[in-house]
Ligand binder design. Structure first.
Ligand SMILES: [Zn+2]
Length: 237
């Protein structure tokens, strides 16, 4: 598809403004978050697209967040960025789980329920996913478009992720645990679905209360205190 000059101009203005103020993230209630995004086929010129991705990444890292989808910056097109790192783990040369224990963020002998692992920066264009098995993992997740809150969402533990890169090349990769959760959350954004649509509503909590009841990285206490189970109505989907 040819470059859409007027769209490119709008995006160019937005990224110029973002140099000083940063990009603003669209919050829940804005219709753009509920639209099915159009396939991205190079409607924005490659130079401006590169600048947009740079601004989106700066915005995501500064919040901080681990993913940002195009509709969250007001663009109804199918692409998203994702990235998460295990703070300090690489520097220390140890695994993610060991690092969480070392930092006192996980109790000894307890399994890392997030199944955390490194997720290098990814620009996923026209992404989609298929579950590899029906097994789901339950954990708290938040969204930059619903700032200040989190809720427990069941996500496929293993998925086959598909996406295109900036050159239009197709990629397929099996993702597990935390990176699989991020990929599902961001890809869902592109069909107008928010994590809130899939969460256990009774687990909904402010970030502050999550710190109080969720840490050290277990939802068992939250389950008990808030009175929810891990069975969800859309589990059979
Ligand atoms: Zn989100």
């Amino acid at each position: 598809m040819a470059v859409d000059e007027s769209l490119t101009k709008i995006v160019e203005k937005t990224v110029k403004r973002a140099k000083w103020r940063g990009l603003s993230v669209v919050e829940v209630g804005d219709p753009v978050l509920r639209k099915k995004c159009a396939r991205y086929e190079g409607q924005i010129s490659p130079q401006i697209f590169e600048k947009l991705i740079y601004s989106m990444r700066s915005c995501m890292l500064s919040k901080p967040g681990v993913g940002l989808a195009a509709p969250q910056v007001g663009l109804p097109f199918s692409f998203a960025i994702m990235e998460d790192h295990v703070a300090g783990a690489r520097r220390k040369g140890i695994g993610a789980e060991e690092n969480l224990r070392e930092e006192g963020r996980m109790e000894k002998g307890r399994k890392d329920e997030r199944e955390f692992s490194e997720f290098p920066f990814l620009v996923a264009i026209n992404p989609s996913y298929e579950p590899v098995t029906s097994k789901k993992a339950y954990f708290y997740e938040g969204c930059l478009s619903l700032p200040g809150f989190q809720a427990v969402v069941g996500r496929y533990l293993d998925i086959e992720a598909r996406w295109e890169d900036e050159k239009g090349e197709e990629h397929t990769k099996k993702l597990h645990g935390w990176p699989a959760r991020i990929f599902q959350h961001e890809t869902d954004h592109l069909s107008g679905t928010l994590y809130f649509d899939k969460c256990i509503t009774r687990s909904f909590a402010s970030n502050d209360n999550c710190e109080k009841f969720l840490f050290p990285y277990s939802i068992s206490r939250a389950k008990k205190e808030l009175g929810f189970s891990l069975k969800m109505k859309n589990d059979e989907d």
